[in-house]
Design a protein around this ligand. Sequence first.
Ligand code: C2E
Ligand code: MG
Ligand code: MG
Ligand code: MG
Length: 279
Amino acid sequence: YESKQRAGSYTRYGAEFDHHSPERLHLLGDLRRALDHPDAPGVNLYYQPQVRLVDGEVIGAEALLRYSHPERGMVNPSEIIETAEHSSVMRMLTERVVDIALRQLRAWKEAGYDLRMAVNVSVRDLQSPEFTDFLTERIDAYGVNAKRFQLEITESALMADPRRVLLNVQRLSDLGVGISLDDFGTGFSSMQHLRRLPVTEIKIDKSFVTSLVDDPDNAAIVSTTIDLGRALDAEGVEDDKVRKQLDDWGCHAGQGWHFAKPMSADAFERWLADRRKDR
Ligand code: C2E
Ligand code: MG
Ligand code: MG
Ligand code: MG
């Protein structure tokens, strides 16, 4: 039970995370093998709608990684990212995610849905120009509008290597790719980064959003962030009270279980069709 306790604390505190535990190395090897395969068995994306609050229109989707391990079943995406981030598997994974997301974006466009697609990237992806080159090439190959594609980047990612990351982010921004600052409020130098980065949207962290109706501190944080005047997407909208408060404050968009949980591409399309029928 000692190892169980230790495993728990590694999950909670990023700094103490053991990248070399046998379990992690095993997961890393299995992921690498899956990604080496052209169909990447078990690797999949779920999509969660992003809703414009003023009129309820679905403006896009966030692509979220799902990995079903042959023995363990579904593995928590945060665990996958933490495990892969310090190895070359991260790039393989991100390239696969981008490829699936762009193919889906194109399919939706062909089906008459004018949506944008948001994809999460890790700091590793933005430290070298290769990912930027890859993304540029793929956007072109799929013939999608770069403005319909958005990268979600966390503040902590930017702080790790601000100069190199900034260079790559700027290149993508020049292409028209949207830059969303994910988990906003959980980092440390928010205002500084906001000034220097070509950020098109702030995505305020769900830890502030979910409880804003009952927690005055979180309410103040969220309303102040809205007042920064940037397009704001609130994640973790779990009920209608929160949706309404955000809308009253002039928040641009919301995402969360109140609207829908992340879904497979098929389920997303069904959900979208049903919603349009009802409106
Ligand atoms: P994130 O980008 O901040 O994504 C939001 C997380 O909140 C997702 O968890 C989503 O399922 C969850 N969520 C959505 N609505 C609600 C809600 O109303 N209430 C609550 N409590 N949670 C909600 P998920 O899918 O487990 O992903 C966790 C994190 O893993 C993501 O956080 C992101 O940082 C990372 N991640 C996921 N997919 C990828 C990926 O393809 N690449 C990279 N680099 N990271 C990814
Ligand atoms: Mg995100
Ligand atoms: Mg987030
Ligand atoms: Mg998060």
